[in-house]
Design a protein around this ligand. Structure first.
Ligand SMILES: [Zn+2]
Length: 281
């Protein structure tokens, strides 16, 4: 570990360092949608023991969405009280002078995998964001249906997660983007959905170039809070950025994804004493 984690909730303190190394590794490999080995090999210098994940990552068969009592899974953060997703109540969000997000995204040929829990795309060499003067490298994107986060208790048909990790650190920022049903086909989502793998667990390297900024909503108004990954190991300390504006997808596109994965939203978690902040108008 090159750098101490900052702004972490105290719930992380009871983990030993080696175990924490495992959790972080698993976190990066899994994102919040699960992943198989290999796709983030470039990140391995971050870790002390790159093989630990092989032994200790919660096995895919240990969790599913039919029985989401993940707090009973050992060696995870799932039972802590600072989890995600949460219900966003806009009137309760505290307006704050939040940084604009700087996007340094470049087109890259995506690799795509059906990891048994979702569809995940990755493969960027150089795609980063800058937030609070820190650089975060894009790791992977994936989808949930319905949305995991809710607004005023209402869910969207889908939610897209763009997982980023701070350069030289383990800190994670996830950009959460709601997807709403619209008349038109979303041409950028179509690039991904046209390449859905036939076989589960087998990453497919494509020649299809995607640019992550194509998925970012025009309005930069967002909500932010500190939560967790939404799949085991439910790693805490994740900086969530949820855009208020949804991006469109056609009913056919949403149905296409749901034919593979529906009901892949973790139940809403209590916000308890956490605060949600939002950008000033
Ligand atoms: Zn996710």
């Amino acid at each position: 570990m090159k750098k101490n984690r900052k702004n972490k909730n105290d719930n992380t303190q009871f983990f030993s360092r080696p175990f924490f190394a495992f959790l972080l590794m698993a976190a990066v490999m899994m994102g919040c949608g699960g992943a198989e080995e290999g796709e983030v090999a470039a990140e391995e210098e971050v870790f002390d023991e790159p093989t630990a994940v092989e032994e200790e990552e919660p096995a895919a068969e240990l969790w599913n969405y039919e029985n989401a009592n993940w707090e009973e899974i050992e060696n995870t953060d799932c039972a802590t009280n600072v989890q995600s997703p949460v219900n966003i109540i806009p009137d309760d969000a505290i307006p704050a002078l939040l940084d604009d997000i700087e996007y340094n995204y470049e087109p890259f040929p995506m690799t795509i995998v059906d990891n048994g829990h979702t569809i995940q795309a990755y493969g960027a060499e150089n795609s980063t964001i800058v937030l609070d003067e820190k650089d975060y490298k894009f790791l992977q994107l994936h989808f949930h249906a319905p949305s995991e986060h809710a607004v005023e208790g209402e869910h969207f048909p889908m939610e897209m997660h763009l997982v980023h990790q701070e350069v030289g650190s383990d800190d994670l920022v996830v950009l959460g983007i709601f997807i709403e049903e619209a008349e038109e086909v979303n041409p950028f989502l179509e690039k991904i959905f046209a390449e859905l793998p036939d076989e589960e667990g087998v990453p497919v390297e494509t020649e299809v170039e995607i640019t992550l900024s194509d998925f970012i909503p025009p309005s930069q108004k967002y909500y932010t809070y500190i939560g967790s990954l939404t799949t085991p190991p439910c790693t805490v300390g994740v900086n969530w950025i949820l855009f208020e504006e949804a991006i469109p997808a056609s009913a056919e596109q949403i149905a296409q994804f749901k034919a593979l994965y529906s009901n892949t939203a973790r139940p809403l978690q209590e916000l308890e004493n956490r605060r949600v902040f939002t950008t000033m108008e």
